[in-house]
Design a protein around this ligand. Structure first.
Ligand code: PLP
Length: 273
């Protein structure tokens, strides 16, 4: 397996990043996960825009997006696989111990992982911890994911594949690695970005392609919505068949099934929408 590091392809077994890299010591880094289909990335332009936005938000140097594109192409060419995920990681680079940034250069790693198509439906739980809709990192795709790791572990303990967070004022926000949609009286709604959720690329496409509304929603909407679904790069549109103890029999329901079809049709027609 070849990855991109320090400006070129390297074997994953021998590639080395400094143990003082701030991505490791203080989580000072950003990332993108890009789905690939038959060796081609999906929605790469949108992912690179978000990478640049996250870098600006964190005060990291602007990533060289041409290099990132070259790196993605090189890694894909070196590791053919039908369904994969490119992982682009960009960190503050190695520096002094502690939270101060030195004047060290950034580290860029592009790796490719295998992936399988997700099932059409899944179970989720809600967790009592909150997303901060007004934090310094809100809306940035940073490598500080430990809270998501903890929440996902709890979801797994409950036989679920995702955990959903509310925000500090009790509104529905997002999952550890996905955005959430609900269907009420035939209309599709998803929390606005102001709720503190990540501006998911799949979310944005689903909103554009299905006409879903961005609506401030209470947490208990999950207990009364007719249908619930998730969106993410690796799930696309995925129906929810259980939220905590509430079963949603027949998931995907008709509105979710239509959203899945619409998404698949558009995504197949245009790889860089
Ligand atoms: N929310 C969080 C916290 C995420 O990590 C992700 C995906 O990585 C998403 C939402 C979904 O975003 P996207 O559709 O761009 O994959």
């Amino acid at each position: 397996m070849k990855i991109w590091l320090d400006g070129g392809l390297q074997d994953i077994e021998s590639a080395r990043v400094s143990v003082l890299d701030h991505g490791l010591t203080v989580g000072d880094g950003i990332f993108e996960t890009v789905k690939t289909v038959n060796g081609r990335p999906f929605a790469l332009t949108r992912h690179l825009d978000r990478l640049a936005r996250s870098a600006r938000g964190l005060g990291l140097p602007e990533p060289d997006l041409d290099e990132v594109r070259r790196a993605c192409a090189a890694v894909l060419e070196a590791n053919p696989m039908p369904l994969g995920r490119l992982r682009i990681t960009f960190t503050g680079g190695h520096g002094p111990l502690g939270s101060d940034r030195g004047d060290h250069g950034p580290t860029l790693v592009v790796a490719l992982g295998d992936t399988t198509r997700r099932p059409d439906s899944t179970a989720v739980i809600t967790v009592p911890w909150t997303r901060n809709e007004r934090g310094a990192l809100t809306g940035l795709k940073t490598t500080s994911y430990a809270e998501n790791v903890v929440a996902l572990a709890r979801a797994r303990e409950h036989g679920a594949s995702e955990a959903l967070f509310g925000n500090t004022v009790g509104r529905l926000c997002e999952g550890t690695g996905s955005n959430v949609f609900v269907v009420l009286d035939g209309e599709i709604h998803t929390p606005p970005v102001a709720s503190g959720c990540l501006a998911g690329i799949t979310r944005a496409l689903a909103v554009e392609w299905t006409g879903a509304a961005e609506t401030d929603l209470p947490m208990d909407v999950l207990q009364r919505a007719d249908e619930v679904f998730l969106t993410s790069t690796l799930r696309d549109v995925q129906a929810v068949r259980r939220v905590d103890d509430r079963e949603l029999p027949g998931a995907p329901g008709p509105v979710t099934a239509k959203a899945m079809r619409i998404f698949d049709e558009h995504a197949t027609a245009d790889l860089d929408p």
